[in-house]
Design a protein. Structure first.
Length: 173
């Protein structure tokens, strides 16, 4: 086989391999990013249930028969504890409920309650990107995947590229 044919075959292989890796990176990040809105929805449902539980515990502490028979100081401590838990549950729920969907990744990472976030992740059911925000996140994830792939590939390409000749070789006539 001529050397030029072998070189073009090798170039073709590396071009195809490069496109395959780029496609895998783009697809992986696009699929991952498309799951952010469904995860946020499931997180809000779980934190909403926790908020409802905290509200009912506070109502029970304030008007319940069990706390009515307790001493006033003990009853005040139980009510203060229930109010504190309600405040924490409200903060955890509002972290996503009162933010724009574009900021969901930041809100989940920074302000979401860790135990609710872990419980949501443990029972997370992936969903197809059917909403506007899911499709938008999918596109942003694809762009981010391409950018990350190109940033990771750039030093390797720079290292393996043949050096450029600065001057043309002039032949004698």
């Amino acid at each position: 086989m001529p050397a030029q044919c072998e070189d073009s075959l090798l170039t073709w292989f590396f071009d195809v391999f490069d496109r395959l890796l780029a496609g895998l990176c783009i697809a992986a990040l696009a699929c991952f990013a498309a799951q952010i809105p469904p995860y946020a929805t499931q997180y809000m449902a779980r934190s909403g249930a926790e908020l409802n539980r905290a509200q009912s515990n506070l109502a029970e502490a304030q008007t319940g028969l069990r706390t009515q028979t307790m001493a006033e100081q003990v009853r005040a401590e139980i009510i203060a504890d229930a109010e504190k838990k309600l405040s924490a549950a409200q903060t955890a729920h509002d972290a996503l409920a009162k933010t724009t969907p574009l900021l969901y990744p930041i809100a989940i990472w920074r302000w979401a309650k860790p135990d609710v976030r872990a419980a949501t992740w443990g029972s997370f059911i992936p969903a197809l990107p059917t909403t506007f925000w899911s499709v938008l996140f999918c596109g942003l994830g694809a762009l981010l995947g391409l950018a990350i792939y190109e940033l990771l590939k750039w030093p390797l390409v720079k290292l393996l590229r043949a050096p450029r000749r600065r001057f043309k070789k002039r032949g004698l006539i």
